[in-house]
Design a protein around this ligand. Structure first.
Ligand code: FE2
Length: 422
């Protein structure tokens, strides 16, 4: 009798982290990958013939704000398109937050993401609001969705740790309540000194509560915004390196080259992670420029070339900072190819890695992520031949397998040409 599995994937093309692809059968039992081989003599409760479609580990959304997702136009549209008008609008909208409001929108967004292959998500929760409603809601969502997706929650002080007298206390309360990651926004603190002080406080809290760090850092075109060097220095001195992430760092795109190259050398020593959010960076930054107009993206290509870990986020899904988007990480990678001018073949492939393996590294998922025998059976099947093809066509995610079960399937649109032969 051949072994009976719960799920059997037949003849898919398995993408490895090295970029090689091999045609295999994959058997799944008890939520884990039980066997991988060119051909398995086996039976299963459900068998899917993949017919050469690409099997990949799930997409990783490294940076999103689920608490503000799906609120576009509430209470008003962001007409200037700037980060700072967005913060003003959010300050008004968050007066009306309720647990139910945040949870409903967050779960809706997580479903949209999951059906498009995203099964690991790091979301920021605004903790500069007196009742910590957004944080409490996202912690409850983390629990509610854990059977089909993995959510990390960042305690994010949107208005600055020192922007209001109670904010520092709220940050610490958020960690005591169970936030996974300590956040920050040094460039939005009232003074340069407050910004530096906030970074030291973030590292103290992360060490005290044994948490990861993910700081919104230098999200501005100001070439004098240089908090990244402070984060790097703290990462080197504490040895926290790989547990530290700098998000956005858009000012890095405006630094003079002499300073930027010195900084790249320091960053190589830190083992820190970077997150770029190309959809948002290209729309929010450069708003005060006339022409030439800056792209407002951090130096993704140079960081990648020197081996620094870079992953990507959608950042906003239909909110006061970005009215568009569906949570599709292939859209994010596609935009990065353009904005960072990463059009070389290896560069396009690297953009795919930034929404998969590199994201897993940023989120510190190493032991559970990847398609290997014994690991949790989380994987996606794309209607694509390889990484380049997946990004080029923003390919349909045909099947999403989560915890060993078929979570979602989507039909690929097909063309029904009506004019006959040309
Ligand atoms: Fe953000």
């Amino acid at each position: 009798m051949p072994p009976a599995y719960e799920l059997l994937l037949r003849q898919g093309r398995l993408l490895h982290s090295t970029g090689t692809i091999e045609t295999v059968d994959i058997a799944i039992a008890a939520g884990r990958i039980a066997a991988i081989a060119p051909h398995l003599e086996a039976e299963a409760q459900l068998e899917l013939d993949l017919n050469g479609k690409l099997i990949s580990p799930p997409f990783v959304e490294s940076h999103v704000h689920l608490d503000s997702a799906l609120t576009v136009g509430q209470p008003r549209w962001n007409e200037s398109g700037t980060l700072f008008e967005g913060i003003e609008i959010w300050r008004e909208r968050k007066q009306d937050l309720s647990l139910e409001d945040v949870k409903t929108r967050a779960i809706e967004t997580l479903k949209q993401q999951a059906m498009q292959g995203v099964l690991y998500v790091r979301s920021h929760a605004d903790v500069s609001e007196a009742n910590l409603v957004a944080l409490q809601a996202l912690l409850e969502v983390r629990e509610a969705v854990k059977d089909w997706t993995t959510l990390q929650v960042v305690a994010f002080p949107q208005d600055g740790i020192y922007g209001s007298p109670q904010n520092e206390r709220l940050m610490e309360t958020a960690l005591q309540m169970g936030a996974d990651v300590v956040g920050g926004i040094p460039h939005y603190e009232l003074t340069r000194e407050d910004g530096v002080k906030s970074i030291h406080r973030i590292f103290e809290l992360a060490q005290q509560y044994d948490r990861l760090i993910d700081i919104h850092c230098d999200e501005i075109d100001d070439d004098n915004s240089r908090f990244l060097e402070v984060v790097a220095a703290c990462a080197i001195r504490t040895g926290m390196g790989s547990r530290v992430t700098a998000s956005h760092t858009t000012a890095f795109g405006s630094y003079n080259n002499a300073y930027a190259y010195k900084l790249l050398g320091f960053l190589r020593r830190t083992q820190m992670n970077f997150i770029a959010n190309p959809l948002i960076n290209i729309t929010l930054q450069g708003r005060t420029d006339t022409y030439p107009k800056r792209r407002g993206l951090t130096r993704v290509k140079e960081l990648w070339q020197q081996g620094t870990n870079v992953s990507l986020g959608h950042d906003c899904v239909q909110d006061c900072w970005y009215s568009l988007g569906t949570g599709n990480m292939l859209d994010v990678a596609f935009m990065l190819v353009h904005v960072a001018q990463m059009t070389g073949r290896a560069e396009i492939d690297a953009c795919y890695d930034m929404i998969t393996w590199h994201g897993a590294k940023t989120l510190n998922l190493s032991e559970q992520y990847g398609i290997e025998v014994g690991k949790p059976a989380n994987l996606i099947v794309l209607d694509a031949s390889d990484r380049y093809d997946a990004i080029r066509r923003r390919a349909t995610v045909r099947y999403v397998i989560s915890r060993g079960k078929l979570l979602a399937s989507t039909e690929t649109p097909t063309l029904d040409w009506k004019l006959g032969k040309i």
